[in-house]
Design a binder for this molecule. Structure first.
Ligand SMILES: NC(=O)c1ccc[n+]([C@@H]2O[C@H](COP(=O)([O-])OP(=O)(O)OC[C@H]3O[C@@H](n4cnc5c(N)ncnc54)[C@H](O)[C@@H]3O)[C@@H](O)[C@H]2O)c1
Length: 316
């Protein structure tokens, strides 16, 4: 992967997208850095961006709700994407396709398919796409990492993390599925990468919602999430570009042929069950005709064939 670097001696100009809980922290950094200029601020609620800019004393900074209009008017060098995860994909692509660099908040995207698309867009446009993993730089974690490194070979790493997102939660967390897992677990996951110095080959997760939870009751069933695009075991796969002659009963995913898998119906969100079919070597990223696969075909009860994100399908 390569990306263009911004040259010249003038400070780089950045637009912040998102003025919720975290956006003002990024706005502060841009406004007070001598190396960059806060060139604009976008939020679906522009009064938030205006208030955040005013709080910094940056009254002259243009604010608005329309990202494309702001980017075309201000023509910045980069954006900082501090929007909710479900918006990361569209905002990041809009910037990359205009030839802008992107500094984004974690989690990179709401789905694995979106993340792969964003990486492809960054490569295609030869622009930097950086995802902030600030917690690996926390002094406590750095000290722990350095201490562990002096102890000898590491064989096992465990961690526990608790946070009760409720009254003080960002708005998007209350509607985001599995908020601790999909929004916060990346901090622990990246912390594990920082401590071990290793990159994982496969990841999976089991999630459940306790009976006293204030989140949606529909989410209380135990679930498994294949989080990475690696296939943990060999098998046949109903992949995006598989021959259309394949008949898929109702759902499919990674794992071995004949495994019963479940996924959410693409329209209703209801659970559906089916049998898995396809091919890949253990531990390899799944590819069809040399292309990475992040979607699968599913044939619905009415006979219609639809696409599903690979990371939305799991073993029973
Ligand atoms: N690295 C960290 O330690 C850390 C800490 C907190 C939050 N975050 C991340 O920062 C991001 C934002 O979190 P937050 O707590 O500020 O959320 P938030 O819900 O408080 O604020 C999000 C803001 O984005 C705006 N918005 C929503 N969709 C938009 C769109 N399409 N275009 C423009 N603006 C849009 C909303 O109106 C809101 O003002 C999330 O990805 C979150 O995970 C990271």
């Amino acid at each position: 992967m390569s990306f263009a670097t911004a040259g010249g001696t003038a400070p780089l100009r950045g637009v912040v997208v998102g003025a919720g809980a975290l956006g003002p922290h990024w706005g502060y950094e841009l406004h007070h850095s001598g190396d960059v200029v806060l060139a604009g601020w976008v939020d679906l609620l522009p009064e938030r961006a205006a208030a955040a800019a005013a709080a910094l004393g940056a009254h002259e900074v243009p604010v608005g709700a329309d990202l494309a209009a702001m980017l075309d008017a201000v023509r910045p060098d980069f954006i900082v994407n501090v929007s909710p995860p479900v918006a990361h994909h569209a905002i990041t692509l809009a910037a990359l396709e205009r030839g802008l660099h992107v500094l984004s908040e974690k989690p990179m995207a709401a789905t694995l398919a979106q993340a792969a698309d964003m990486i492809a867009a960054a490569d295609r446009n030869e622009r930097l796409l950086m995802v902030s993993q600030n917690r690996r730089y926390y002094p406590g974690l750095v000290a722990f990492r350095d201490t562990v490194a002096q102890l000898g070979a590491l064989s096992n790493l465990t961690c526990q993390f608790f946070i009760a997102h409720r009254d003080d939660a960002a708005e998007f967390l209350l509607t985001f599925p599995d908020p601790l897992l999909l929004d916060m677990a990346i901090h622990l996951f990246d912390g594990a990468r920082a401590i071990t110095g290793a990159d994982p080959l496969t990841v999976y997760c089991e999630a459940s919602n306790p009976p006293w939870s204030w989140y949606d009751a529909r989410r209380r069933m135990p679930r498994q999430h294949p989080l990475a695009g690696h296939v943990p075991r060999g098998g046949r796969f109903g992949a995006d570009r598989a021959p259309r002659g394949h008949r898929y009963p109702r759902g499919m995913s990674q794992f071995e042929p004949g495994d019963v898998v479940r996924a959410a119906h693409p329209d209703t969100g209801d659970e559906m069950e089916g049998t898995y079919l396809a091919e890949a070597e253990p531990g390899e990223r799944l590819e069809v005709d040399g292309e990475p696969v992040d979607t699968v075909w599913v044939e619905l009860d009415d006979g219609e064939t639809r696409k599903l994100a690979l990371d939305g399908v799991r073993a029973v």
